[in-house]
Design a protein around this ligand. Structure first.
Ligand SMILES: [Mg+2]
Ligand SMILES: [Zn+2]
Length: 224
């Protein structure tokens, strides 16, 4: 199979869910100025941390339930996700959710799948003020090249699994996955992340559903 023990780090928005939930919520509730912030994040002229914080600050805390309900109703879980979790369990492969999303929608959406809470990393939220404030309980460590700009630092989580011992696999779709993609052994990619992997010649396999991921993992990754 793999040369070392595999460990999976899986993005949430646009990967486990069909939609990017933050973008979907912003489009729906349409607070003034959100789209310019997204463009800056995608073009990497603004950090994910700063941009996500700014976008949520455009929305009043009183809208918490409405936003949460909208996201939960519209997210959609990608095919094969429960099967991938079952496969990991059966093969004793650690599975971590590494999400740039926010706790108030990430935890409820993952609730049906029985993932241990300490295997889910995401950002936090504070609704005590007038506007929504995002908090960053898993900020960058001292080794992150992106120092202090990730928000939820995926590379800090990945680094806890040494490359000597583990074959590190990242599954993702977009800008929050770029730093992690550079330090893992294999990437399962969609969308912007596929373009980035091509550009940087990183070992990657584009995928559609988690059934594809299972099939490739069972074969041991990239086939020549
Ligand atoms: Mg994503
Ligand atoms: Zn970082």
């Amino acid at each position: 199979m793999f040369p070392r023990k595999p460990v999976l780090f899986c993005d949430f928005d646009g990967t486990i869910t069909m939609n990017d939930n933050i973008i979907a919520a912003m489009k729906h509730f349409n607070p003034q100025g959100w789209d310019a912030i997204v463009q800056e994040i995608i073009s990497e002229t603004k950090s994910v941390k700063q941009g996500v914080g700014e976008m949520f600050a455009l929305l009043p805390s009183s809208m918490k339930e409405e936003i949460k309900d909208y996201i939960i109703t519209n997210a959609g879980i990608r095919d094969g996700f429960p099967e991938l979790l079952a496969w990991c369990k059966a093969h004793d492969v650690p599975f971590y959710v590494t999400s740039g999303g926010i706790d108030f929608f990430v935890y409820p959406l993952l609730d049906p799948f029985g993932i241990p809470a300490d295997h889910i990393y995401c950002n936090g939220s504070d609704f005590s003020g007038d506007q929504i404030r995002i908090t960053w309980p898993h900020d960058c460590d001292e080794y992150c090249d992106n120092r202090g700009n990730c928000g939820m630092c995926k590379t800090a989580v990945i680094r806890r699994y040494s490359q000597d011992e583990y074959y590190r696999i990242l599954i993702g779709d977009s800008v929050t996955d770029f730093p992690g993609a550079k330090i893992v052994d294999l990437v399962f990619s969609r969308s912007h992340l596929t373009d980035k992997c091509r550009e940087l010649a990183l070992p990657h396999i584009p995928f559609g559903t988690f059934h594809d991921v299972i099939r490739h993992i069972e074969r041991g990754g990239i086939q020549s």
